[in-house]
Design a protein around this ligand. Structure first.
Ligand code: GDP
Length: 316
């Protein structure tokens, strides 16, 4: 039986502090065969109801097919049977409104890359940017997941809005507070993932169009207000790398049919093509990005220590 599921890594208490669920996560990351492995932490962050869980389901599908028993089995048809429902990847229960927080998927994928031993984890970072009282909490949660991940996927609908850049800028400011003085920025790769991209004739789907689109969004122009110029200049220096992937609309069945069960036959072919392109670029053995802090790789056990320290700092 499949017992895997989301584990709450950090949640927000009623007094607005962050609570690190240490014992739950320690049980996973401090296992003998995991604790000394270098961590690859892939996080998908964004507001609710923007298709994050749907994407995470496909990331898991790829990881399960590719990394089995510490061996790698790269297969072109990792997507599997087109008539099979996308099951077993329920990131949340029911339709009740979710709370802001970070979840980690309970399965850890192990890979022995020669002498380097790697543990891959998936993080789901959820927030709502619709209520003034939650702004601080949202910023904290998003900053924490950006600090902790080796690749942060910032999931956005339709467009990169000025708000998205402002939020991201806030996350990175918080992140700087948490990292010790003089430390090399711990922020690694950021991928803007734009869902339901509507202008492929201007910028094509995928990283190719995405990267030129991102370049145009981050361009500093004289006519911009100075605040907008500053945000752009700073963002460009915060991350080791910034990329953008433009994704097609998955079609009516995915977006509005309540009986849709995830089968690929019901998903628009352009979206399936995007998945085939995007997922291996994030998760194939040769593309894995190991988490580094201050330029040094960190193990699963050290990851827990950093997490605890960051939460303490953010709660001050
Ligand atoms: P989450 O709250 O961000 O995790 O969102 P979900 O993955 O639960 O998706 C919310 C709804 O949007 C579901 O009905 C999905 O079938 C649908 N959905 C998933 N991906 C996309 C997408 O790329 N575009 C659109 N328009 N809908 C999507």
């Amino acid at each position: 039986m499949d017992n895997s599921g989301p584990l709450q890594l950090i949640r927000i208490e009623s007094d607005h502090t962050f609570k690190f669920q240490k014992s739950t996560i320690s049980k996973v990351l401090l296992q003998n065969d995991i604790k000394d492995r270098n961590i690859v932490a892939i996080s998908v962050a964004g507001a609710f109801r923007k298709g994050k869980s749907f994407l995470l389901g496909f990331l898991l599908r790829y990881l399960r097919k590719t990394y089995q028993h510490r061996q790698v089995n790269v297969s072109e048809d990792w997507l599997g049977d087109f008539n099979e429902p996308l099951k077993g990847f329920v990131w949340k229960g029911g339709s009740k409104r979710e709370t802001t927080g970070i979840n980690m998927w309970s399965e850890v994928f192990l890979y022995d890359k020669g002498s380097e031993k790697i543990a891959i984890i998936l993080l789901d970072t959820q927030g709502v940017f619709d209520n003034q009282t939650t702004v601080k909490e949202n910023v904290g949660i998003f900053s924490l997941s950006t600090l902790l991940s080796s690749v942060q996927i910032y999931n956005i609908m339709h467009q990169i809005q000025e708000d998205d850049l402002q939020n991201l800028h806030l996350f990175t400011q918080y992140g700087r507070l948490a990292s010790s003085e003089g430390e090399v920025s711990p922020l690694q790769d950021l991928v803007f993932l734009i869902r339901d991209w509507r202008f492929p004739y201007e910028y094509d789907f995928g990283f190719y169009g995405g990267d030129s689109f991102l370049k145009s969004c981050l361009e500093v122009r004289k006519e911009q207000a100075s605040e907008l110029q500053d945000i752009r200049k700073e963002l460009s220096t915060c991350f080791d790398g910034m990329k953008c992937f433009l994704m097609a609309n998955p079609g009516e069945k995915v977006s509005s049919d309540k009986h849709f069960d995830g089968r690929l036959n019901d998903i628009a072919p352009a979206f399936v093509d995007n998945l085939k392109d995007l997922v291996p670029k994030l998760l194939a053995p040769e593309n894995l990005v190991v988490k580094r802090i201050g330029g040094t790789t960190i193990t699963a056990a050290e990851f827990l220590t950093y997490l605890e320290n960051y939460v303490t700092t953010f709660n001050k």
